[in-house]
Design a protein around this ligand. Structure first.
Ligand code: ATP
Ligand code: MG
Length: 691
C-alpha cells in the first residue's frame, strides 16, 4: 500500500490505532490517504464491513468506491463508502422503529418540503416558504427542535418560523417521512439517547474515515463522536481554507474541537501539492492569504512553473461563453503532444451559481461539444417531471409512499393534509403502506366519511391507470393515453394555477409534453436484446414507465463520459481537471453580493467580513481545481433581469497578483504579432525569390 505515497501520507495511512487528523491544503493527497488507508486497514486484519468512509457527495462516494476497488479488489465492495446522509438512512432503517418510524419511511426532497411549508404557514409564496425552509434547516443543523428554537428566538419573525416548524414536524411524523436534515438529526438522537443502539453501532464501526471534514456541521460531528466512541478509531481529512458550506451550518469549530475532545489526536500535515503547476498554486496561495489562519501551512508543487494564469475580460455573458469555448478549441487544436490532456473530459467551466450555466450550454451546443452540467438541475429533477414520475412509480409499486403523497397532491384533488395525516397515522398503526390503507376495512374509523370516498376513488383510479398502461403499446396509443390521463387529472390547469408567471407555467407544460412524447416513443418495438433475436419483443407503457423511473439513479453512474464539465464551484470540491476556466469572476457574483441581499441584509460588519472570507475560500477552491492551465474571466456588462448593467472585475482577480509574473491574454496583441510575422515571412520569401 505504500506505492505513490510520501512520508507524511504514509504516516497517516499507517496510524490505525487512534484518532488521526490530516490537515492540508488543496491537492495534497488527502482523499488519496483515505482510499489507501481503507486498503491498509484491511491488510491489518479489519473486516471490510467494519470500515466506513464518509464523503461529501454521492458522486465523491462513487469515485472513492471505484478507486478503492482498483486498489484492493473485491474486498472493497463490503466497505461502506457513502455520505453522512446515506449513513443516516441506514441507521434509521435499522433502528428508526425506536423513534416510531417504519423501515420504509419516505424522504422528502426540497420541493416536497417547500410545498408542505407553504401549507403549514398558509402562504402560496414559494420564496417565503424557502426562506422558512432555510431557517428551519439551519436550526436542525444546530441541533435545535421547534421548542428550543422558539425559546431562543431573537424576534417575532423567528418565533413565527418556530411555530411553523412545529406544525411542519407534526406533519412529517404523520406521513412517516423525514427531510434531509432529519437524516442526520434522527440518527444522532438514536445514538445519543439509546445506549443499546449506540453500542451496537460502535461495535460495527472498526474505523471511520471522513473526507472534507471542514464542511461537516455540528450535528454531523456529534454523530461521528458517538459512532467512534471512546476507542476513537477514526481518520478525518480536511482543509480549513476550503470550508465553503458555512451558510449551511458547517462550522470550523469542528476542526478546533477535535484536539480538545480527543487529546491523543495525531495531527498530520501534508505540504506537497501533486495537482497543480506552480503558477496556479501561487495564484491560489495569494488569494487565500488575507484570510486568518487556523493552522499555518505552506503548499509547494514540483510540477514546474507551467503556463501563466490567464485573465479574460469579456464584453458580456455571450461573449464570455464564446471566449471560454474558443479556449477549449484552441487547446484541443494545439500541436504539441496532441493526445495528452486534450480530451473533452479534461476541461471544466466553473461558476458561482447554477443559473449562470445557460450561455455556456448554448455556446457548447452551437460548437457541437458534448458536455454535462453537474451540481445543477437535470431534467428529471424538474418539479413537473417528478410529479409525472411519482404517478408512474405509484402504478408500478402501489406501496411507494413518497410517490403516493406526491401523486395524490399533484394536482390537488380535494384531499386535505389533515386527511392525509390521518391516513398516515392509520397506516403506521396497522403497518400498511398508504395505498394498502386505502382499502383497509377499518379506514372509515380513522378518516371522515366524505374523505373516505375521495381516497377510494383515487385508489381505484390508480388501479385503472395501471391496467390501461399495461395494455398500451406503440407510440400513437401511448401518447394518446398519456394526454388523456393528463386531461383527466387536469394537470395543465394545475400548472397554470400554481404559477403566477404564465411564461414559467407554459415552459413547464412544454416540458411535460416533450417528456410524454419521448416516453411514448420508447413504447413498443424497442429491441431488448443486442443480438436482435428478440426484436419482436415490445414494451408496454407500464414497463417503459418502470425503466424511466430508474433513469435518474442511472445518470449518476454515467462516469467516464468524455464530455466537458459545467459545474458550480460548490459542486467542484474535491475534483480536478487539466484545464479549468472560472467564469463570471465579477464583483457581486464572486464575492457574491455582500450586504444587500436577503442573507446579509442587516448583518453586522463582522458578519459581512466572515461572508467575504468564505467567498475567498470558494475562489481558492475554484483555482485549485486546475492541474495544468487556468483562465479566469469576467464581463464588463452583465444581465440583470432584462437590463444589461455595467460590471466590475472581482477583487479576487487583483488578489491573485498575477501581474507579478504572468501576462494577461490579449488576443488583439497576439493577432497583431501573428500578422506582423506573416508579413515578414512573405517579405522574406519575396526577397529570396528575387534573383
Ligand atoms: P482537495 O483538497 O482538492 O480535496 P486532496 O488533498 O484530497 O485535494 P487528492 O485529490 O487526494 O488531493 O490528490 C490530488 C492529486 O494528486 C490526485 O490526482 C492524486 O492522485 C495526486 N497525488 C496525491 N498524492 C500523491 C503522491 N504521493 N504521488 C503522486 N500523486 C499524488
Ligand atoms: Mg480531496
Amino acid at each position: 500500500m505504500s506505492a505513490g505515497l510520501n512520508t507524511a501520507q504514509l504516516e497517516a495511512v499507517n496510524y490505525v490505532s487512534g484518532p488521526c487528523l490530516v490537515l492540508a491544503g488543496a491537492g495534497s493527497g488527502k482523499t488519496r490517504v483515505i482510499t489507501h488507508k481503507i486498503g491498509r486497514l484491511i491488510e491489518a486484519g479489519l473486516e471490510p464491513k467494519r470500515i466506513a468512509a464518509i464523503t461529501f457527495t454521492n458522486k465523491a462516494a462513487a469515485e472513492m468506491r471505484e478507486r478503492a476497488k482498483d486498489l484492493i479488489g473485491k474486498a472493497a465492495k463490503d466497505v461502506t463508502v457513502c455520505t453522512f446522509h446515506a449513513l443516516g438512512v441506514r441507521i434509521m432503517r435499522e433502528d428508526g422503529q425506536v423513534l416510531g418510524l417504519k423501515p420504509q419511511f419516505s424522504i422528502m426532497d426540497a420541493d416536497d418540503v417547500t410545498s408542505i411549508l407553504k401549507d403549514c404557514g398558509g402562504t402560496t409564496d414559494a420564496a417565503t416558504a424557502r426562506q422558512w425552509q432555510w431557517t428551519i434547516s439551519l436550526w436542525k443543523n444546530m441541533g435545535l427542535n421547534a421548542e428550543q428554537a422558539a425559546a431562543q428566538a431573537p424576534d417575532d419573525n423567528a418565533r413565527v418560523i418556530a411555530r411553523i416548524m412545529a406544525l411542519y414536524q407534526e406533519r412529517l411524523t404523520a406521513y412517516q417521512s423525514v427531510d434531509f436534515d432529519d437524516l442526520i438529526g434522527m440518527p444522532l438522537k438514536l445514538l445519543a439517547e439509546y445506549p443499546e443502539v449506540r453500542e451496537r453501532w460502535q461495535a460495527k464501526m472498526g474505523h471511520v474515515l471522513v473526507d472534507e471534514y471542514q464542511d461537516t456541521n455540528a450535528t454531523q460531528y456529534e454523530v461521528l463522536k458517538h459512532l467512534v466512541g471512546e476507542r476513537a478509531r477514526f481518520t478525518a481529512v480536511g482543509d480549513d481554507d476550503q470550508s465553503i458550506y458555512g451558510w449551511r451550518g458547517a462550522t470550523l469549530d469542528n476542526l478546533k474541537r477535535l484536539p480538545v475532545d480527543f487529546p491523543n489526536l495525531k495531527v498530520i500535515k501534508l505540504e506537497q501539492n501533486y495537482r497543480s503547476t506552480s503558477a496556479i498554486l501561487r495564484a491560489a496561495n495569494n488569494v487565500i492569504q488575507p484570510n486568518p489562519k487556523l493552522f499555518p501551512k505552506t503548499l509547494f508543487s514540483e510540477l514546474g512553473e507551467g503556463e501563466p494564469v490567464r485573465v479574460v475580460d469579456a464584453v458580456n455573458e455571450e461573449h464570455e461563453a464564446d471566449r471560454a469555448i474558443a479556449r477549449i478549441q484552441s487547446i484541443r487544436g494545439g500541436q504539441v503532444n496532441p493526445s495528452k490532456h486534450r480530451e473533452f473530459k479534461d476541461f471544466a467551466i466553473l461558476y458561482r451559481a447554477n443559473h449562470m450555466a445557460r450561455p455556456f450550454e448554448q455556446a457548447l451546443r452551437r460548437a457541437n461539444i458534448p458536455y454535462k452540467v453537474s451540481g445543477g438541475q437535470s431534467f428529471f429533477d424538474k418539479a413537473e417531471i417528478k410529479d409525472l414520475c411519482a404517478w408512474f412509480r405509484l402504478w408500478i409499486n402501489n406501496d411507494d409512499d413518497p410517490a403516493f403523497l406526491r401523486a395524490i397532491t399533484s394536482p390537488k384533488r380535494g384531499i386535505g393534509h389533515q386527511t392525509l395525516g390521518q391516513l398516515g397515522t392509520f397506516a403506521t398503526q396497522y403497518k400498511l403502506s398508504l395505498f394498502e390503507a386505502l382499502f383497509a376495512g377499518s379506514l372509515p374509523s380513522a378518516v371522515n366519511t366524505r374523505a373516505v370516498d375521495g381516497l377510494h376513488e383515487f385508489g381505484r383510479y390508480i388501479n385503472d391507470l395501471e391496467h390501461r398502461a399495461r395494455h398500451t403499446l406503440g407510440k400513437t396509443d401511448a401518447l394518446a393515453f398519456l394526454l388523456e390521463w393528463l386531461k383527466e387529472i387536469g394537470y395543465e390547469s394545475h400548472l397554470y394555477d400554481g404559477e403566477d408567471n404564465e411564461k414559467v407555467a407554459s415552459a413547464r407544460w412544454t416540458n411535460v409534453l416533450e417528456f410524454c412524447d419521448w416516453m411514448a416513443g420508447r413504447c413498443g418495438g424497442e429491441i431488448e436484446d443486442a443480438t436482435g433475436t428478440d426484436a419482436t419483443d415490445t414494451k408496454n407503457l407500464l414497463e417503459v414507465a418502470q425503466t424511466i423511473s430508474l433513469i435518474s439513479t442511472l445518470s449518476e453512474r454515467e462516469k467516464d463520459q468524455n464530455v466537458v464539465t459545467l459545474s458550480t464551484l460548490h459542486a467542484s470540491k474535491g475534483l480536478e481537471w487539466p484545464h479549468v476556466t472560472l467564469v463570471g469572476v465579477n464583483e457581486g457574483l464572486l464575492p457574491f453580493k455582500l450586504g444587500d441581499d436577503d442573507t446579509t441584509a442587516g448583518a453586522s460588519q463582522e458578519g459581512i467580513l466572515l461572508r467575504l472570507q468564505e467567498e475567498r475560500r470558494l475562489m481558492y477552491v475554484g483555482i485549485t481545481r486546475a492541474q495544468r492551465s487556468l483562465a479566469v474571466s469576467w464581463t464588463k456588462r452583465r444581465k440583470k433581469g432584462r437590463e444589461s448593467v455595467a460590471a466590475l472585475p472581482s477583487r479576487f482577480i487583483a488578489e491573485m497578483r498575477l501581474d507579478e509574473n504572468t501576462v494577461k491574454e490579449d488576443p488583439r496583441e497576439k493577432l497583431k504579432a501573428l500578422r506582423a510575422e506573416f508579413a515578414k515571412r512573405a517579405a522574406d520569401a519575396a526577397a529570396q525569390a528575387k534573383p
